[in-house]
Design a protein around this ligand. Structure first.
Ligand code: AMP
Length: 212
């Protein structure tokens, strides 16, 4: 099964992707995580991506699309894949479709996690992530067992640079201007399900699994 998780920043895509990865014994492919890994390791890609990410803009397609194919082509074809944060605009979606067609493959399902702007801003302000293993938490909705410490690997949690308020507004604008069109793109293909992302992470997960 190949799944795409769509939704604005803060919709809970990362959290649901982690749950779905376990549920489907699949692989979570997050372009945001790949960029953050490259920034942390100071690679050429990381250096190029950083300024776009810090200002809330999309990293250019020519950097992003090849990177996704490198990743997807390294994964066993029978494995379930949960794409989180890709595609992010129409040209990425078309490149993904085209590339999968060439590989006799396709996207089976697109889950659109819908959440209002006010909820997003509140959520992102409380979001904390583990820079070591990537697990995400929320100070109110999904707190770690020990304040500020990752449940999974015990590393200290941080707030992502692009989760600071000004950048969040820019990321929401970018989502509305470039990513939201993908809802119609996948609706027309008949593979889109919209889920109410205001519910708790467990309830959202239940709604997602029911729709699969
Ligand atoms: P995310 O963790 O998915 O919220 O992504 C964080 C940031 O990484 C975004 O604001 C973009 O700057 C960049 N990014 C992630 N995925 C993509 C993508 N598919 N295309 C372009 N930029 C991306």
């Amino acid at each position: 099964m190949k799944l795409i998780l769509l939704g604005p920043p803060g919709a809970g895509k990362g959290t649901q992707a982690e749950k779905l990865t376990k549920y489907l014994t699949g692989l979570h492919v997050s372009t945001g995580d790949i960029f953050r890994y490259n920034i942390k390791n100071n690679t050429e890609l990381g250096k190029k991506a950083k300024s776009y990410m810090d200002s809330g803009k999309l990293v250019p397609d020519e950097l992003t699309i090849d990177l996704v194919w490198d990743k997807l082509d390294s994964i066993d074809k029978d494995k379930s894949i949960i794409l989180d944060g890709f595609p992010r605009n129409l040209s990425q979606a078309k490149a993904l479709d085209e590339g999968l067609k060439q590989r006799n493959d396709k996207i089976d399902k697109v889950i659109n996690i819908a959440v209002d702007d006010e909820v997003i801003i509140k959520r992102i302000a409380g979001r904390r992530v583990c820079p070591n293993c990537g697990m995400s938490f929320h100070v109110d909705n999904n707190p770690p067992k020990v304040d500020g410490i990752c449940d999974n690997c015990k590393h200290e949690l941080i707030q992502r640079d692009d989760d600071k308020e000004q950048t969040v507004h820019k990321r929401i604008d970018v989502y509305n201007e470039q990513t939201a069109v993908l809802i119609d793109f996948y609706k027309q293909k008949g593979i889109l399900t919209t889920i109410d992302g205001k519910k708790s992470p467990d309830e959202v997960f239940e709604d997602i699994t029911k729709s699969l």
